[in-house]
Design a protein around this ligand. Structure first.
Ligand code: FAD
Ligand code: NAP
Length: 546
């Protein structure tokens, strides 16, 4: 439809849709928009495509959903021509896959890299968004989509003295492109979430000394990495369409057993057998759903939590270290559990030490290391594996201004509220991919991303066909959905943990359980129903012509 300019002074260029982000979401969105005849421009702060897989280059970075499932399914040809080498592919392999996708569908020509979107302002009179970047680009569009990721804004270290350290500093979420060699070095890792747990064994393998600073221990199960699981490959080979359909209608976005079996009601041998099978399978969704009441019943949850603690105690030789590594103050799976390769074994190595920050809090980072309340440590490098301002962070870090000059940051000051996790009142023609209020981070995200993108593009198609210029949820629909999201969370154990799902990892962030727990299949049905009923819960306004 329109041509894109770049701040050359001839007035803003115009496209149908501006997209922020060129990860799994933005790439597929661009492809689908083009297929439907919409013009689009994508911006990404990264130097190339990949999103998460562009930034998180730390040693050991891999997916934790099997790669048979953590991949696009929209094009059977693409599936046929790409073979994953492992059950859990490495970051370089996933990045290569997304590069291949960008080439295959000729996507890069509409993506501007190394460019951060700083603001987007709704122009009421023109019914257009005006988007500005840190390079001075100005571009107007009918619709504005944040495909900016849930885990794309690394948390600024909230640790005293963090900027004083004169040695090497690394963030897992913004890892350098050069090979980092820790050989012969004294290294500190702060944080024991998924990124810490993946990187610690590899950093330990190279470093002269490794000190791990742990605030909260995490539940982790062995990935059992190797070739892609034979049963999943066989199911795909037998009937690919049925397999992909099962993923779409499943609770998690990965086909698997759905059981109602209660852990407390099950006989001990059944519990043990099911647990051991899930442990051996090395799949997070398998162990997270090994009993139907795990996330609803504290006593059931404790049964599985204790079985994992037994495993930790059986691996870690020093009993004190083992106890420190055992999570005890939140239910299993209410903080994102991890998949590891030799994580707990790493603490048996003589040059690896665990510091329990609950007992020995960090007082300050110094020029040469870290001081805890009772010890001074000297390091050559500090690795921050301290996580992200998740879900809302990337959205409110852009100045998005909707009707009546209200910004998204102001609207969400007490926590996000959305309709379907896709839209929010006061911000017409504004969409989020895997936004708060969608299953996103509780699911296999690629399945959720494809569903969101399909819904958003189909919505654009419908609006165009009916000559509607704007779409925006009604306050009532948004309030209803937000209440439903909160109600679903409230009947589970999730809100009892200080997790990033709750915003608890970022000081001052409102405590609200952000993702939708209802499940991928249920959520999809709801979205389809809304569209089938002529966008129930939305206000659509007619335009003056296409
Ligand atoms: P991202 O991949 O995060 O891409 C968003 C892009 O938007 C980024 O490149 C960013 O630079 C850009 N951006 C954001 N704001 C701006 C701005 N203002 N201006 C310009 N550009 C901007 N999920 C799973 O389901 N399974 C897994 O195994 C899994 N493993 C993960 C491993 C790691 C290390 C991490 C951090 C996350 C993992 N996730 C996993 C979640 C992962 O984020 C999603 O699976 C998926 O990659 C998200 O894709 P996306 O395109 O929505 O967002
Ligand atoms: P995270 O899960 O939030 O872990 C951050 C860690 O840093 C936690 O242990 C946290 O402790 C600690 N921490 C934060 N601030 C601290 C401070 N000021 N002082 C001391 N410790 C501090 O972040 P992440 O590991 O990057 O993972 C985020 C999410 O990304 C994961 O949950 C997952 O969804 C995804 N991911 C997936 C994979 C994968 O396996 N495919 C790998 C990496 C990431 P507290 O728990 O006490 O806050």
């Amino acid at each position: 439809m329109a041509v894109v300019g770049n701040g050359s002074g001839v007035g803003p260029a115009e496209v149908d849709v501006v997209v922020v982000g060129a990860g799994f979401s933005g790439l597929y969105l661009l492809h689908r928009l083009r297929q439907h005849g919409f013009s689009a421009k994508v911006f990404d702060a990264a130097g190339d495509v990949g999103g998460t897989w562009y930034w998180n280059r730390y040693p050991g970075a891999r997916c934790d959903v099997p790669t048979t499932d953590y991949a696009y399914s929209f094009d059977p040809e693409l599936e046929r021509e790409w073979t994953w080498s492992e059950k859990y592919a490495t970051q370089p392999e996933i990045l290569a896959y997304l590069g291949h996708v960008a080439d295959r569908y000729d996507l890069r020509r509409d993506i501007q890299f190394s460019t951060r979107v700083e603001s987007a302002v709704w122009d009421e009179s023109a019914s257009r968004w005006c988007v500005r970047t840190d390079h001075g680009d100005e571009i107007t569009c009918r619709a504005y989509v944040m495909a900016s990721g849930c885990l794309s804004l690394p948390k600024t270290p909230d640790i005293e003295g963090a900027n004083r350290f004169r040695g090497e500093i690394y963030f897992t979420g913004k890892w350098p492109h050069d090979v980092i060699d820790f050989t012969g070095k004294r290294v500190a890792v702060i944080g024991t979430g998924s990124s810490g747990i993946q990187s610690i064994p590899l950093i330990a393998a190279a470093a002269d000394q490794l000190t791990v600073f742990q605030r909260t221990p995490n539940f982790s199960i062995p990935a059992g990495n190797g070739p892609a699981p034979a049963e999943r490959l066989a199911a795909l080979a037998a009937d690919r369409d049925a397999y992909r359909e099962a993923a779409k209608t499943s609770p998690t976005g990965v086909p698997g057993e759905v059981t109602e079996l209660s852990a407390i009601a099950a006989p001990e041998e059944v519990r043990r057998e099911r647990f051991e099978a899930a442990w051996e399978a090395g799949e997070l969704f398998a162990i997270g759903t090994v009993f139907g009441d795990l996330l609803f019943n504290q006593a059931s949850n404790e049964i599985v939590a204790e079985m994992i603690r037994e495993k930790i105690r059986s691996i870690v030789v020093d009993p004190d270290t083992a106890e420190t590594l055992c999570p005890k103050d939140y239910p299993f799976a209410t903080k994102r559990p991890c998949l590891d390769t030799g994580y707990f074994q790493t603490f048996n190595l003589p040059h690896v030490r665990l510091v329990d920050l609950r007992k020995h809090a960090i007082v300050t980072v110094t020029e040469t290391g870290i001081d805890t309340a009772d010890e001074s440590f000297e390091f050559d490098a500090i690795v921050y594996a301290t996580g992200f301002d998740a879900m809302t962070g990337p959205l409110v870090s852009v100045d998005i201004t909707g009707r009546q000059g209200v910004t998204l940051r102001e609207k969400w000051a007490d926590g996000p509220s959305t309709y379907l996790g896709l839209t929010t009142t006061g911000f017409p023609n504004f969409f989020t991919i895997t936004g708060p209020g969608s299953p996103s981070v509780l699911s296999n995200m690629v399945v959720s991303i494809e569903q969101h993108v399909d819904w958003v593009v189909d919505c654009h198609d419908d609006l165009r066909a009916k000559n509607f210029e704007t779409i925006e949820p009604t306050p009532l629909a948004e309030a209803g959905w937000s209440q439903h999201v909160a109600d679903c969370a409230a009947i589970t154990l999730y809100p009892t943990a200080n997790s990033w799902y709750m915003g608890a990892n970022v000081p001052g962030k409102p405590r609200i359980f952000m993702p939708y727990i209802g499940g991928v299949g249920v959520y999809r049905e709801k979205c389809d129903e809304v569209a089938a009923k002529g966008y129930e819960g939305f206000r659509t306004l007619a335009g003056s012509g296409p």
